[in-house]
Design a protein around this ligand. Structure first.
Ligand SMILES: Nc1ncnc2c1ncn2[C@@H]1O[C@H](COP(=O)(O)OP(=O)(O)O)[C@@H](O)[C@H]1O
Ligand SMILES: [Mg+2]
Length: 220
């Protein structure tokens, strides 16, 4: 199994106030699934995605990622998972504005000390895969929103991860462009990748094979 959680909770402490963002999540996801996590704003979608992607740790409960108990992994092991096994796509793209498209895309390889000639070559290939072969030298300000999101998807793909987590990936895009991004995700799913897409848009979740609903930190 890819993802197996039991009783996951997350409490954010802000001074004297505790925010119970997740209140006992039991979730199983198999390799190769295409999943939407939906729910209203503030229901815990991003918190859950960050924990599943090993960007954050739960307050209690257990999380097995590919049969490894995440709580028992070292910082290095977690960093390796984040860098090699999962890819992330965010609503606001999170591109570095001064870097060209291909330079943004090759960043994950630079962080893992890949030779420049190799990482550039890989960046060109994944940019071609997302349909941006004509835009490799453009900076984010010289690209449309949909193109920026394709660059971000190429960056997520460059380490060839099995799993892609996307948090409201179409939230800043118009409907047509958003649908094009979901088509791209569908083609990645057909290649055998696991996709987990957080959204509150029913049109977006209709592309997926399973919808997980969350409300007030609980799956419904
Ligand atoms: N870093 C944080 N510190 C404190 N509270 C947070 C933090 N992140 C999220 N929250 C709170 O946790 C709850 C769930 O947030 P979030 O997971 O971002 O929901 P969603 O993505 O569904 O909108 C909300 O009440 C939010 O205000
Ligand atoms: Mg969110």
């Amino acid at each position: 199994m890819l993802i197996n959680t039991k009783g996951l909770t997350k409490v954010y402490k802000m001074g004297n106030i505790e925010v119970h963002a997740l209140r006992g999540i039991d979730l199983q996801i198999e390799e190769g699934e295409y999943i939407a996590i939906t729910g209203p704003s503030g229901s815990g979608k991003s918190t859950l995605m960050h924990i599943l992607g090993c960007l954050d740790t739960p307050s209690s409960g257990t999380y097995l990622f590919r049969d490894r108990e995440v709580q028992n992994l070292s910082e290095d092991e977690l960093a390796n998972i984040r860098n090699q096994e999962v890819g992330f796509v965010f609503q606001t793209f999170n591109l570095l504005p001064r870097l060209k498209a291909y330079e943004n895309v090759e960043l994950p390889l630079i962080y893992s000390n890949t030779k420049a000639s190799v990482s550039e070559d890989r960046a060109f290939k994944v940019l071609e895969k997302v349909g941006l072969q004509e835009r490799i030298n453009h900076r984010p300000t010289e690209l449309s929103g949909g193109e920026c999101q394709r660059v971000a998807i190429a960056r997520a793909l460059i380490t060839n991860p099995k799993v892609i987590f996307a948090d409201e990936p179409t939230g800043n895009l118009d409907t047509k462009t958003g649908n094009e991004i979901m088509e791209l995700f569908s083609s990645l799913h057909k290649e055998g990748r696991t996709l987990i897409v957080v959204t509150h848009d029913p049109e977006v979740s209709s592309y997926t094979n399973r919808i997980i609903k969350i409300r007030d930190g609980i799956l419904t």
